[in-house]
Design a protein around this ligand. Structure first.
Ligand code: DAH
Length: 370
């Protein structure tokens, strides 16, 4: 039988000499680690005869347990010493300020949406929502885009590969398909609980949401936000549209003397169609609203085309309406002066810290918008 007393004495001496926890850990690995000396001894048990093992087994296991116990005891002592050393050298200054807490901010686009919603809510509009993944019918066909019409291409649509039934879905290029979802008489349940179901006229809704086009430069991003508006009632005319938008713009920009103009335009789903511009001054890349001799386009609009009403099951001789579609990010850019639209969605927290809004500054018409 081998005598392990020399090994034990040696290890005990090394344990006692270990000056810190790291040195002690090195002794532990050397003794009990995978390649450790005691581990090697334990492995020899397998090659012994039962009689030999009866004697060597308890001896080696006993050695292992004594070394493990000594290691644990020394570790506790060393940790105590280390703590004492820290307490002796470090001090806690309770008068120091706490670590800064970073507070999140509201993204300008969400702030602008809230501002818009609060103004339209006061005018009696309610909210409607539709899916980001749309079908050709809601995004184009029902909105009076003729098949193969170039306007479909002008929208730079993101298409999905065709499904098993051959139908190609798309990322909606505008919020206008929700007009159809709101007006259309259908018994089919909406594809998700939050998607608005159809309403009987009179209708007065706004539709905030994300929209997508294959476009990217300083004033375009592939994902952007729109806010659609739809009013359907009897005897609705362009005067109502103009008043509503003028009223909105005055309140949104908080400038009583703001000047707007309507320019004739074309949209397949409205007739007549227009774009509304606001007076502004562009100098050195900066836009100032409500002064100067330049114009900035802010909203597309028009009287809902009779074909759209018919496609949704409404009789155009009985019901008329107007619709409009704002670019929310653009509107925010004009109001708060962000130079490049792409920065809005680059998730740069420095940009957000600069342009973001306090979560407590919820816009409402009574306490002010911005
Ligand atoms: N959907 C149009 C676009 O994305 C914007 C628009 C124009 C919406 C006129 C309307 C409208 O509701 O009447 O370019």
């Amino acid at each position: 039988m081998t005598d392990h007393s020399q090994l034990e004495a040696d290890l005990m001496a090394r344990i006692a000499a270990a000056a810190d926890v790291a040195a002690l850990e090195a002794v532990r690995v050397a003794a009990l680690g995978k390649q450790g000396e005691i581990s090697a001894l334990l492995k020899t048990l397998g090659g012994m005869s039962p009689d030999e093992r009866k004697v060597a087994g308890p001896a080696i296991n006993g050695l292992r347990d004594r070394i493990a116990a000594a290691l644990a005891e020394r570790r506790q002592a060393l940790e105590g010493l280390e703590m004492e050393a820290r307490l002796a050298t470090e001090s806690l200054d309770l008068s120091l300020p706490g670590p800064p807490r970073r507070r999140g901010v509201v993204h300008p686009t969400m702030q602008v949406m809230e501002e818009m919603i609060s103004i339209f809510a006061e005018m009696g509009f309610s909210l409607a929502e539709g899916p980001d993944i749309e079908d050709d019918f809601h995004n184009f066909t029902a909105l009076n885009f003729p098949p193969k019409h170039p306007a479909r291409e002008m929208h730079d649509t993101f298409w999905f590969p065709p499904g098993p039934d051959g139908e190609k879905k798309l990322l909606r290029t505008h919020t206008s398909p929700v007009q159809v979802r709101v007006m259309q008489r259908t018994n089919a349940p909406p594809p998700a609980a939050w998607i608005s179901t159809s309403q009987e006229p009179p209708i007065r809704v706004i539709v905030p949401g994300r929209t997508y086009r294959q476009d990217s430069d300083a004033t375009h991003t592939p994902m952007f936000h729109q806010m659609e508006g739809l009013v359907i009632d009897r005897n609705i005319h362009m005067g109502h549209l103009k008043w509503t938008l003028d009223q909105f713009i005055t309140r949104f920009f908080e400038i009583d003397t703001i000047v707007t103009r309507f320019r004739p335009h074309h949209f397949p789903f409205t007739e007549p169609s227009a774009e509304m511009d606001v007076q502004c001054e562009v100098s050195a890349g900066e836009v100032k609203i409500g002064q100067g001799t330049d114009w900035s386009e802010i909203v597309g609009c028009g009287m809902v085309h009779p074909n759209v009403l018919r496609n949704c099951g409404l009789d155009p001789d009985e019901w008329q309406g107007f619709a409009f579609g704002f670019g929310v990010d653009r509107l925010g850019r004009l109001k708060y002066g962000m130079p490049d639209l792409r920065d809005m969605f680059s998730a740069d927290t420095r940009w957000l810290a600069h342009y973001g809004f306090s979560a407590f500054a919820t816009p409402n018409p009574a306490s002010g918008l911005s």
